[in-house]
Design a protein around this ligand. Structure first.
Ligand code: SF4
Ligand code: SF4
Length: 181
């Protein structure tokens, strides 16, 4: 038997559904009828802590903290199968991308993503272009007759990070992670 969980009304965020649905392309959230078709075809359903239809229900009910701290929003492979199958036209995979943005703003960003952003910040590349890896990449590019890689201007990367605010968001996520220890 599933253990019952009691949630206090004051812990619900009744505006959360509108915070999402008012974003361009996300109005479909409000059409969900909880049929579960999205979850039945989800390619990562066995790895998530909240299945797609439960994420949608939690958004509609105002369980903001639970949704934004769930692994479900990051485990999704964005295969779009749920969106293709939904009988009500709920664009779940798009809504999930919005939830990721909201989660990062709240300081919830998985370590792996923070690491990738840090690598871009430090090197200008998603994968560090240094040492033996750089030598291999250069050799292969030569073989295919591709031009040499032009190193990115790290000052420009710094400006982009500051202008978009992503540097501060990642810092906030790191601080949250530290305070959880
Ligand atoms: S398939 Fe669509 S309508 Fe059905 S539960 Fe999923 S989001 Fe809701
Ligand atoms: S887009 Fe994400 S949630 Fe939808 S079916 Fe694919 S993995 Fe599952």
């Amino acid at each position: 038997m599933t253990e019952e969980e009691i949630i206090n009304a004051e812990d619900l965020d009744y505006n959360f559904r509108y915070e999402i649905s008012e974003k361009v392309g996300a109005k479909s959230l409000l059409k969900c009828i909880q049929c579960g078709v999205c979850s039945s075809g989800c390619t990562v359903t066995e790895y998530v802590d909240l299945q797609p239809h439960r994420v949608v229900a939690s958004c509609l009910l105002g369980l903001k903290d639970r949704v934004l701290s769930s692994n479900a929003i990051w485990t999704c492979s964005l295969c779009h199968r749920c969106t293709e199958r939904c009988p009500k036209g709920v664009d779940y995979s798009f809504i999930l991308a919005l939830l990721r943005n909201l989660a990062v703003k709240e300081g919830n960003c998985p370590e792996e993503y923070r690491g990738t952003i840090q690598t871009i910040y430090d090197n200008g590349y998603v994968v560090p272009y240094t040492g033996g890896l750089a030598t291999n990449i250069d050799r292969r590019r030569d073989r295919f007759g591709l031009p040499k890689i032009v190193p990115p201007d790290l000052k420009e990367i710094d400006i982009i990070m500051n202008e978009t605010g992503i540097g501060n968001l990642i810092k906030k996520a790191s601080e949250n992670k530290e305070s959880d220890k």
